[in-house]
Ligand binder design. Structure first.
Ligand code: F6P
Length: 328
């Protein structure tokens, strides 16, 4: 029989994403609703290791649903990857009588949580929070929608100047080794080409396509390069290569970088964070463990952490076809 849950701990870990505050708020308020105590641990797993936490009540999370970042702060803890680090964390949880953990983060966070839970029999529930959307078991992660909107807005601005100067722009976007951000913003912002790690376009095809664009009367072009893409591994070198081979192009590079991680969360991300986090607390109360909450066909579902960690989500390759048709 599973242990009764009286106190829940919550952390945000890995790269922060807009909507994490909305997720913490929902965890805390759901605990309050069910008369549970809630401890927020600071700096991801480091807070568990160092006993750096605060008891949170419904009022401690007021006015944060609209804020980017995470007020609990985040980290990628090296120490938690060691057995000694996890042992320290367990001792803190035991001393503080924390019965279960909610982990808001990405696959690195869930991998650590899964190992920890198996070693110490602490139930953990994952809530997917990353701008990359690279998590198996959910169609959307918290922060992805906001990041898409941030990127599209930036590309729109670059389009203005690209068009005024008849230039070719290579715009590098985040995504780690997944192309979700590149693919969707490329279509949303009407890019000529989208380079993603899941599909090798090849340099020759890229040159052909840019030449074709030029011949068809386009005077400016936008190429979205996902940071994990192989031919675009170094976007500056890629631009130089294109300049050498297609000298009539005045090519420029913009790396969007960390602006993609910040900003006011979109309504979609706030609602997603709220729904997922209410469910996460309820799962712990129901005696469930080692699962992640996810979104599928607008329903909140659960997926075993084992699958989340070992499977890769698939991009929708039809979007590449759509992009090809629309960039003619
Ligand atoms: O996972 C989120 C993410 O922003 C990735 O897109 C990116 O590759 C990475 O984190 C950057 O990490 P850091 O902020 O540590 O440089």
């Amino acid at each position: 029989m599973s242990k009764k849950i009286n106190r829940i701990g919550v952390i945000t870990s890995g790269g922060d994403s807009p909507g994490m505050n909305a997720a913490i708020r929902a965890v805390v308020r759901t605990c309050s609703y069910y008369h549970l105590s809630c401890y927020g641990f600071y700096n991801g797993y480091n807070g568990l290791i160092n006993g750096n936490f605060e008891e949170l009540d419904a009022r401690s999370v007021r006015n944060i649903i609209n804020l980017g970042g995470t007020f609990l702060k985040s980290a990628r803890s090296k120490e938690f990857r060691t057995k000694e680090g996890r042992e320290k964390a367990y001792k803190v949880l035991k001393k503080e009588q924390v019965d279960g953990l909610i982990l808001i983060g990405g696959d690195g966070t869930f991998t650590g949580g899964q190992i920890f839970s198996r070693e110490y029999d602490i139930p953990v529930i994952g809530v997917p929070g990353t701008i990359d959307n690279d998590i198996y078991g959910t169609s959307h992660t918290i922060g992805y929608d906001t990041a898409l909107n941030t990127v599209v807005e930036a590309i729109d601005k670059i389009r203005d100047t690209a068009s005024s100067h008849d230039r070719l722009f290579f715009i590098e976007v985040m995504g780690r080794d997944a192309g979700f951000i590149a693919l969707n913003t490329g279509i949303g912002a009407g890019a000529e080409e989208i380079l993603i790690p899941e599909e090798n376009l090849g340099l020759d095809r890229l040159l052909d396509s840019l030449e074709k664009s030029r011949r068809s009367g386009k005077s400016s072009s936008i190429v979205i390069v996902s940071e994990g893409d192989k031919i675009g591994k170094n976007v500056f070198q890629l631009a130089d290569y294109v300049k050498e081979n297609l000298p009539y192009y005045d090519a420029k590079v913009t790396v969007l970088g960390h602006i993609q991680r910040g900003g006011i969360p979109s309504c979609f991300d706030r609602v997603l964070a709220s729904r997922m986090s209410v469910k996460a607390v309820e799962l712990l109360l129901d005696g469930q463990k080692n699962v992640m909450v996810g979104l599928k066909d607008d329903d909140i579902i659960t997926c075993p952490l084992d699958d989340v960690i070992h499977e890769k989500p698939k991009i929708n390759k039809d979007l590449l076809r759509i992009s090809e048709i629309l960039s003619t």
